[in-house]
Design a protein around this ligand. Sequence first.
Ligand code: ZN
Length: 170
Amino acid sequence: MPEMAAKLTITASTQRSELMSRIRSKNTGPELAVRQMLHAMGLRFRLHRRDLAGKPDIVLPRHKLAIFVHGCFWHQHANCRLASKPKTRTEYWEPKLSGNVRRDEEARVSLASLGWGVEVIWECVIRDREQLAGRLQGISQSLVSKSLIKHNGGISFAAGDGVSLADADK
Ligand SMILES: [Zn+2]
């Protein structure tokens, strides 16, 4: 019965796509994009440190840096077109969204008080691979210049401003 076979195939593929969407929701596309790019840049990281405030998505332990990958709507990215609040059921959305924003801020303050750097990578930036690359390169460069400062006993100069390490030692 070919008809029956076709029906079974449809059911199986529907189940498969449901399963895939469930898997994807654990490791969201945007987060994966950030991880892949960080990895390509040679940065080593850990994921979902549950012991840290706000459960940062990505943690660079060596640099004591926590990275959050945030959806613009759920975390209410300021002045972002993706973050416009729903016009209906505001009694439901308003406390939910402002609660997210409040918890994000509490996590940031808590992490900073323990000496962690905190970066937020927004969904709208991730959607544009060039913007994302620029953002992550900026983070990577600031880590490099911070570790230069550490290794040189607090001499503050930025990488690439013309001062060589040999000059700084004199
Ligand atoms: Zn945004």
